[in-house]
Design a protein around this ligand. Structure first.
Ligand code: SF4
Length: 292
């Protein structure tokens, strides 16, 4: 872990604000796209870069914003990785978001988010908060191999349940689905049943497969050699150097997924889910005269 003073914290694309307080991640998911070379890391992925001035930068940015909006975090690294327990930078940023009455949406795999449930609840009551969790693998032993340094899927479902109990809406990322590993109807069905039981609002899938590119591919193949001997060769034979690696069961799984979501009133179109995540509630969007 190393500390830096960042120049800025909020990125703006298409009217949506995003922030990454950390760069790199310690959860160790074997398929992690964020390790890909295209992101130009100048330090080892596990040597987390900590933007130590993130809360101050965020406060400065939100103070001068004329329009309230949703702020997303967690797309490139988990905001609740292990170092957050001590550093509390995500927590302090949430407190800034609460203070200025913006909305927030967080993607995580960690139950550490429960520490901040009161803050999330408050943000949800004054604006909007959506908690997003990635669920890929229902089987505990397999989950431990694929996502070794973070709580398992069953615990993540408990987190979703806690959020739902507090009225905080949740969205699930059902991706990636790894060919020949977790691309079974049994796995997808077990996860979907739990999503319906706890009442998640939407589920994002990207066509039941995996993407690999330089940097990410090498790390993934090393893990296959370690835990699934012979599988790397099967991947190379099936997909060559392709970026997109759809599961051979993709059609069946996607159909099952769509039907299930429709039957249970869960949003399943990615566009629809993203629109929902990015929407700041109109009734809160007017700044009060005290904001000027
Ligand atoms: S939690 Fe996300 S960013 Fe962290 S290792 Fe896993 S896939 Fe990568």
């Amino acid at each position: 872990m190393h500390f830096v003073d960042a120049k800025g914290i909020l990125t703006n694309s298409g009217g949506h604000c995003g922030m990454n307080i950390y760069r790199g991640c310690s959860h160790g998911c074997i398929y992690c796209d964020s390790r890909s070379k295209c992101y130009q890391f100048t330090h080892p992925f596990e040597d987390i870069e900590v933007k130590q001035n993130a809360p101050e930068l965020l406060e400065k940015a939100l103070k001068s914003k004329r329009q309230k909006c949703m702020i997303g975090t967690g797309s490139m690294s988990d905001p609740y990785m292990h170092c957050e327990k001590e550093l509390e930078l995500t927590k302090r940023c949430l407190d800034v978001i609460r203070k200025y009455e913006f909305g927030v949406t967080i993607i995580t795999k960690s139950d550490l988010i429960l520490r901040d449930i009161d803050l999330l609840d408050e943000i949800n009551q004054t604006a909007k908060c959506v908690v997003q969790m990635t669920l890929t693998t229902y089987d505990d032993d397999l989950c431990k191999i694929l996502e070794p340094n973070v709580c398992n899927t069953k615990r993540r479902i408990e987190v979703l349940e806690e959020m739902q109990k507090r009225g905080i809406p949740t969205v699930v990322w059902l991706t990636p689905i790894l060919p020949f590993i977790n691309d079974t109807e049994e796995n997808i069905s077990a996860i979907l049943q739990e999503c319906a039981r706890v009442g998640v609002k939407g589920i994002i899938d990207f066509g039941m497969g995996l993407t690999l590119r330089e940097g990410d591919r090498e790390y993934y193949y090393d893990a296959l050699d370690k835990y699934f001997p012979g599988l790397k060769e099967r991947y190379i034979k099936t997909y060559g150097n392709a970026y997109e690696l759809p599961s051979a069961n993709a059609k069946v799984l996607s159909k099952y997924f769509k039907t299930f979501c429709k039957e249970h009133g869960i949003m399943s179109k990615s566009d629809e889910c993203f629109e929902y995540l990015g929407e700041f509630p109109e009734k809160y969007s007017q700044l009060s005269i005290f904001d000027f």
